[in-house]
Write a protein that binds this ligand. Sequence first.
Ligand SMILES: *Cc1c(COP(=O)(O)O)cnc(C)c1O
Length: 229
Amino acid sequence: MSTNLAQNFQQVCQRLEQASLELAAGAAAPQLLAVSKYHSSSLIAELYQLGQVAFAESYVQEALSKQQELEGLAIEWHFIGPIQSNKTKQIAQHFTWVHSVDRLKVAERLNKACADSGRRLNICLQVNISREASKSGCLPEELPALAIAVQSLPYLQLRGLMAIPNPTEDIAEQRANFAKVAALQAQLNQILDDPLDTLSMGMSNDLEAAVAEGATYVRIGTALFGART
Ligand SMILES: *Cc1c(COP(=O)(O)O)cnc(C)c1O
């Protein structure tokens, strides 16, 4: 039994509730996505026993072996890592949400894989909001065309946007970055047939700023499980 997990979990939930109350005018707290990459199946099982159901992984092979070990638990699995197109079939089969779609080719392959199994997959488009050359994510100006194309794929349900802004300790800067993501979503909602309802943004160091700007999912690893080794 890890001594800190229950305490960390309680602290993260408190941070979310407090931020919602103080910074988001009492809006419902966002859903907590526990980012378990590099952490063991036994820690995941422990957190699940404490009541956490949604877990996120970034690497397909690592995730699949954990899913096998945790087969008996009703975990909701989210994929948040970079997507290689030769992994789309496994991703479509083993996850219910994918937060990191950033190009049409990947979306089309996920759609096809879902058509084969008859399932519908929840999708967020990852946007490279800080325009970093090294980062995944489509550029903001590419978003409208990508969103329209993805929304037309029958086995994908386009839910919203995901972003990982440039890390900064300055909360005003954090908020400005997340506000840009929220504004992009509002713009998309003027042109899309079905409005987007999901903003996947905020990690251990900037979750308060993300809540303030309307996050509906925060993706938290370190603050729950400790540092990744
Ligand atoms: C690892 C990861 C996280 C979690 O980050 P922490 O700072 O450990 O909370 C969130 N989102 C994505 C996409 C990640 O890869």
